[in-house]
Design a binder for this molecule. Structure first.
Ligand code: HEM
Length: 581
């Protein structure tokens, strides 16, 4: 090779190395601590490794925050480099893991941090005009005002008997299954409750949304009663509507692993035929319910001055009631398509989350016999009417009268990571705890880890952040601290004051997030969980299970579900309660 060719070769090599360096080297945001990044992939290998080890992707965010402090970052692919921004070859995710600053960001800084586009895209194909898929604009606010009424105390009070009916069906099913377990011929020690709870939560949300249950649990009960030799875990095929909802939920959940979220809605609509069939049949059902509810409502309205919907005990009738009011006032109503999407939002947003909460409840309680005994004793002592009639909304939600029930429920939600993380996108260039955050950056808050592990052990670090906190955050911490010695344990007593009263701000607790975009269904979810705990614990003691039936693995999509949920319910009459005294 002559000198000119050699020089040319050197220049090309240099240019190539320069290009590779700029293209392949992951670029984190300046100043913010990060892991050791690998060329071209950033933190992807690390996230994949933890997902394999722990079963969930979000453990990589928890782990990073625990090692690197209240503000850290993970880099996906090429991170924040120009090439990545231009061609979408990666992103930076900033992790905020300080409960005081998280609360402030969610409640006081909503203008700077909006619901992330990633989350909106997950829901955009299935319910494009539903709250879960909308950015915080006028349309979202209109929908929230429209539906907000369904989460008020008077409406929840009307829905309480419907939820109670569904819980009683679950108790009836488990009574039959439990009897089968105790029969000599049974080879099962416990039965699989995963699907029973899932069906029950869908039955609940269907009956409060449309006024009619899908009767999934009733069908299981009928099946067991009609097949005396069936095993305790045997169940019939799930109803079609439930199967369709499951397809929609799985499609949304699996979207979290889709590489380019902006094209996810288009991809789903174009290529996912199973999802298409499920959505078409769900919409068909919803449209027919809307049509008949409207016909009934009109008939009632024309008959009397006070239409039956004034006694509305389901969301559909509540929407129609509101619609009539708006038409009379000449204000804007929701379109038919918007109503269908919001009904779908209720059906999807309100079923798998509460199912996960109930499933984790069963798993946790059967490891804590003394908690079960104490809970039942409180119910029998402080709410004796529960022996003769279902409790009312006011009775079951009274923290002062049922402090232990509230404590157990809060502690289950603290320990179970149902939504392990939430996120927001920065809408402008701003700062977080002193670090510059460019517009468009995704900020992830690992709520599951923070509410479980932020303790007085890190108080010095937390106090030390005062010089960089935002002005609104400096107005003060809203909760106490957990004790470092037992923050990782399940201990409902942490929620009780010395006089036994319930303290909802004893320590960080964010299962429903906070602020304007926090969980819309929180009050309904808490009501459902209270009724589930009260009815099941009043009827049964959940016996301890061998480890192989109560593993702690979870399956994480939008929510975090246990992989296993077995239960061995024993009627309290057959339990030696002297063991607890
Ligand atoms: C234990 C049960 C539940 C848990 C743990 C839970 C948790 C959450 C969380 C963490 C968020 C995200 C909030 C954020 O990004 O800041 C959320 C949003 C939402 N949840 Fe729930 N949820 C539960 C039950 C329900 C129920 C029963 C409904 C019934 C309708 C519901 C409807 C919604 C809706 C519509 C949103 C979106 C709100 C918005 O976009 O502004 N959730 N939920």
């Amino acid at each position: 090779m002559d000198a000119t060719s050699l020089a040319l070769f050197a220049v090309v090599l240099l240019a190539l190395s320069f290009a590779i360096h700029h293209v392949g080297k992951p670029t984190p945001l300046p100043l913010i601590p990060h892991n050791n990044l690998k060329w071209f992939v950033g933190d992807i290998h690390f996230i994949a490794k933890l997902a394999k080890e722990k079963g969930t992707m979000t453990h990589a965010f928890d782990d990073t925050a625990l090692r690197l402090g209240p503000v850290s970052q993970v880099v996906i692919g090429l991170g924040a480099s120009w090439i990545s921004r231009t061609f979408g070859l990666g992103q930076v995710i900033v992790i905020l893991a300080d409960s005081q600053e998280m609360h402030d960001l969610l409640v006081n800084r909503a203008a700077e941090f909006d619901r992330s586009k990633l989350v909106n895209n997950l829901f955009a194909a299935t319910l494009p005009q539903g709250m879960l898929a909308l950015p915080t604009d006028q349309r979202f606010k209109h929908h929230k005002r429209y539906l907000g009424i369904t989460m008020t105390n008077p409406y929840l009070a009307r829905m309480t008997p419907r939820i109670m009916d569904r819980m009683q069906e679950l108790v009836d099913l488990w009574s039959v299954a439990a009897k089968r377990l105790s029969m000599g011929s049974s080879t099962e020690f416990a039965f699989n409750a995963l699907d029973d709870i899932r069906l029950s939560s869908i039955d609940v949300i269907a009956s409060i949304t449309f006024g009619t249950s899908f009767d999934g649990v009733k069908a299981s009960l009928g099946y067991l009663e009609g097949n005396p030799s069936a095993s305790p875990s045997s169940r019939p095929t799930i109803p079609k509507l439930v199967a369709d909802l499951e397809v929609l939920l799985n499609t949304i959940g699996n979207g979290i692993f889709f590489p380019v979220s902006t094209i996810l809605p288009w991809w789903t609509r174009t290529f996912n035929y199973k999802w298409h069939r499920a959505l078409t049949s769900t919409h068909g059902y919803l449209r027919s319910r809307l049509h008949s509810a409207r016909a009934n409502y009109e008939a009632e309205y024309n008959k009397s001055e006070k239409p039956a919907a004034h006694k509305a005990d389901n969301v559909l009738d509540i929407i129609l009631e509101r619609e009539r009011g708006d038409q009379t006032r000449g204000t804007k109503t929701l379109t038919g398509a918007e109503i269908i999407d919001e009904l779908t939002t209720f059906a999807l947003g309100g079923s798998e989350t509460t199912a996960a909460a109930m499933q984790w409840s069963v798993k946790i309680l059967c490891k804590h016999p003394a908690v079960q005994y104490k809970l039942r004793t409180e119910l029998l002592t402080n709410l004796p009417v529960i022996n003769t009639r279902p409790p009312t909304y006011t009775e079951i939600t009274d923290d002062n009268n049922l402090p232990y029930l509230s404590a157990v429920m809060y502690e289950i939600l603290r320990c179970s990571r149902i939504a392990a993380a939430i996120d927001r996108d920065a809408t402008c260039d701003t700062t977080l705890l002193g670090y510059p955050i460019p517009k468009g950056t995704r900020v992830l808050m690992p709520i599951g880890m923070v509410q479980q592990l932020e303790s007085d052990g890190s108080k010095d670090i937390t106090d030390g952040l005062d010089s960089v906190r935002s002005a609104s955050s400096l107005r003060g911490r809203k909760t106490g601290y957990w004790s470092a010695s037992d923050a990782h344990l399940f201990k409902p007593e942490r929620w009780l004051c010395e006089d036994g009263s319930f303290n909802a701000i004893a320590g960080p607790w964010l299962p429903f997030s906070y602020g304007f975009r926090g969980c819309f269904g929180q009050k309904l979810a808490l009501l459902e969980l209270r009724l589930f705990l009260a009815t099941t614990q009043l009827n049964f003691f959940f016996d301890a299970l061998p480890d192989e039936l109560n593993g702690w693995k979870s399956h994480e999509t939008v929510t975090n579900h246990p992989v296993q949920c077995y239960v061995r319910p024993i009627p309290w009459d057959d339990v030696n309660v002297n063991l607890f005294n």
